[in-house]
Design a protein around this ligand. Structure first.
Ligand SMILES: Nc1ncnc2c1ncn2[C@@H]1O[C@H](COP(=O)(O)OP(=O)(O)OP(=O)(O)O)[C@@H](O)[C@H]1O
Length: 449
């Protein structure tokens, strides 16, 4: 639409999705709606629900532990198995009374801290902030669970599941002999696996640069926090639990790389037992994925030479980082497009709120000049025009598009005129949206006084 040089922008019109979003290939395409997409709204609502949900009725769970309350276990508390650290751990969601935020508390059952100096480990790990690592905030010992427990406080990600549960379900069922994608019908796409390698390499490069190591990374230690977005869980836990048994950090860092290599084999083969048949697993990977993908696994496992470090890994995966960067930017564009739609809606909510404040105020019911004359009368007629129209049979017209168009024009204060009719149809007024907008501003301003 042609616009004169000084004419204001047509704020009352939805601008539609940006071309870089509208022209995405079909599998990434979004239909331009007035509102946030159904999928994203559903996801966000579910996450908010998970964050707020508090349904625990287990009497053995204390009301409070330190400043954390509303504890809710995120797993079956009877399911506890001795994980990689040799202790049973249980994860709870809890709210901090200090900042009101929700955290994940990992409780190590029956753990007696023998050396208070071990807490210094937490100070070191606390400095690590990375988008693919669940930050460790604090650790404390407690007896409120009727035992000696050590509790570590991490970022909470609503609806996160471990990579093991995500790909293999809670039972982790796997017919042990076969190697190949037996548990899900399709192999995981190579691009997804590269994305995991890059996210994990990025997390490790931050941790290793601090002279630290995760020391154990398994499918249970990786949380899937969004579609193909992962976060390394349990930061610092082994350093804390084995404080009195220090080891060789370089060795631990190499072990981190080996762990990733092993995870990639399991994921690529789609089989939890793939490592018991490494030769067949690697042959399967060679047949299914590219040579460079197999190469990175061989490097991680130390098959291309014993000296391994994360800098070399970053060099090897370097060419793939652009793919990851591009995917992230595309995702960013999509979210920006969603956000810009919500921006329009936020304007409308503000406008409707003003309407709500002004119209039918009970305390002014008997004041004739409040709503029956002047500015406010006009606002009342406009409200009827937008919301209370009836068809020729007197039935209500419920037309969302009409409401949105009118409100957007009103918010922009366009010069277009509209005919407002009184309910008894005895009088009618022709006014511009700009005039009505001014009336609303005045009435709202008076109320604020
Ligand atoms: N930081 C977190 N944010 C949100 N949810 C989490 C977080 N950490 C763990 N969870 C949830 O708690 C569940 C249990 O976590 P956990 O790490 O104990 O897995 P697990 O399979 O029981 O491992 P293990 O057998 O070693 O205890 C996960 O599936 C996940 O849903």
């Amino acid at each position: 639409m042609a616009r004169l040089p000084h004419e204001p922008l047509q704020y009352h019109m939805y601008s539609g999705p940006p071309s870089n979003v509208a022209n995405l290939p079909p599998q990434q395409k979004h239909i331009g709606h007035f509102f946030i997409s159904d999928t994203l709204r559903h996801e966000l609502t579910e996450k908010n629900f998970a964050r707020l949900n508090y349904t625990s009725t287990d009497p053995s769970i204390p009301n409070e532990v330190n400043q954390y309350h509303s504890l809710m276990p995120l797993e079956d508390t009877d399911r506890g198995t001795r994980g990689a650290i040799g202790y049973v751990t249980v994860v709870y969601k809890a709210q901090s009374s200090r900042d009101g935020l929700i955290y994940a508390l990992r409780r190590i059952e029956g753990f007696r801290l023998m050396n208070e100096d071990a807490m210094s480990v937490v100070e070191t790990w606390r400095k690590i902030q990375h988008p693919n690592i669940a930050s460790l905030y604090e650790a404390f010992t407690t007896t409120v669970f009727d035992d000696n427990s050590l509790v570590l406080v991490y970022d909470y990600y609503p609806l996160a599941v471990t990579m093991r549960d995500f790909y293999f379900g809670q039972s982790g069922m796997a017919p042990s002999g076969a190697v190949g994608p037996v548990q899900h019908n399709q192999s995981i796409p190579e691009a997804t696996l590269w994305s995991y390698v890059i996210q994990l390499a990025s997390a490790l490069s931050t941790v290793h640069a601090m002279g630290l190591a995760f020391r154990t990374i398994t499918l249970e230690h990786i949380l899937m926090i969004d579609k193909h977005r992962l976060s390394l869980d349990r930061a610092g836990i082994l350093d804390l639990v084995t404080y009195d048994m220090p080891g060789n950090v370089t060795q631990f860092q190499r072990e981190d790389l080996s762990c990733i290599g092993r995870i990639l084999i399991i994921l690529a083969c789609g089989n939890l037992h793939a490592l018991t048949h490494t030769k067949e697993a690697l042959a399967f990977i060679q047949r299914t994925y590219s040579a460079s993908f197999k190469q990175v696994i061989m490097y991680l496992l130390g098959r291309l030479g014993p000296g391994r470090n994360v800098e070399d890994l970053l060099r090897i995966v370097g060419p793939r980082i652009f793919d990851e960067l591009n995917a992230q930017q595309r995702q960013n564009d999509l979210l920006q497009a969603e956000l810009s739609r919500e921006l329009e809606n936020a304007r409308l909510v503000r406008l409707l709120t003003k309407f709500g404040f002004i119209n039918e105020r009970p305390e002014f019911n008997r004041e004739a000049d409040w709503s029956e004359t002047g500015d406010r009368y006009l606002i009342k007629l406009f409200r009827d025009f937008v919301f209370h129209q009836v068809d020729e049979h007197g039935r209500p017209v419920v037309d969302m598009a009409h409401v949105l168009t009118c409100l957007n024009k009103l918010d922009a204060g366009v010069s277009e005129r509209v005919m407002l009719t009184s309910r008894d149809e005895q009088s009618c007024l022709i006014v511009s949206y700009r005039d009505i907008k001014q009336c609303i501003e005045n009435a709202f301003h008076e109320l604020q006084q």
